[in-house]
Design a protein around this ligand. Structure first.
Ligand SMILES: [Zn+2]
Ligand SMILES: [Zn+2]
Ligand SMILES: [Zn+2]
Length: 138
């Protein structure tokens, strides 16, 4: 996703294009996945006026206008990724902490079943699935 998309989308929603927003968007794009702290460290190299609370606020705006999404991998800060990155589930190994990305379609049978039986629309990629990776089981 390019910076043009960022600028168009911000203007469409009545937000100003600021150096901070650009720096935060760039950081998510460059990192692939990043927590607030990681995004701050990366974005500060471009705009030193950023701090943790401005990173929070700017990520909220980027998420509201549909450019980034977040997921919870564990107990700490959520991780952010660009919304155009193909939708994926995060599988987190509770022993070695490795994070595997698998297609969100893997969960279709469960998603369909919950919809049919309970009328529940699951936000399946919002939380990671915890377990043990193949290496840690042996
Ligand atoms: Zn959340
Ligand atoms: Zn992700
Ligand atoms: Zn493992």
């Amino acid at each position: 996703m390019s910076l043009d998309v960022l600028e168009d989308r911000l203007r469409e929603h009545g937000y100003r294009v600021t150096t901070q927003r650009r720096a935060v968007f760039d950081a998510v794009s460059a990192l692939g996945h990043g927590t607030h702290e990681e995004i701050l460290r990366h974005a500060q190299t471009v705009d030193a006026s950023l701090n943790l609370s401005t990173v929070y606020r700017n990520l909220e705006v980027l998420e509201e206008i549909g450019l980034v999404r977040h997921a919870h991998l564990g107990h700490g800060s959520p991780t952010y990724h660009l919304a155009d990155h193909h939708r994926h589930l995060h599988l987190v190994c509770s022993k070695c902490k490795e994070v595997l990305e698998v297609s969100v379609d893997t969960a279709n049978p469960l998603v369909e079943e919950l919809k049919t039986s309970h009328g529940f629309a699951v936000d399946i990629d919002h939380f990671a699935i915890q377990g043990l990776c193949s290496k840690c089981q042996s």
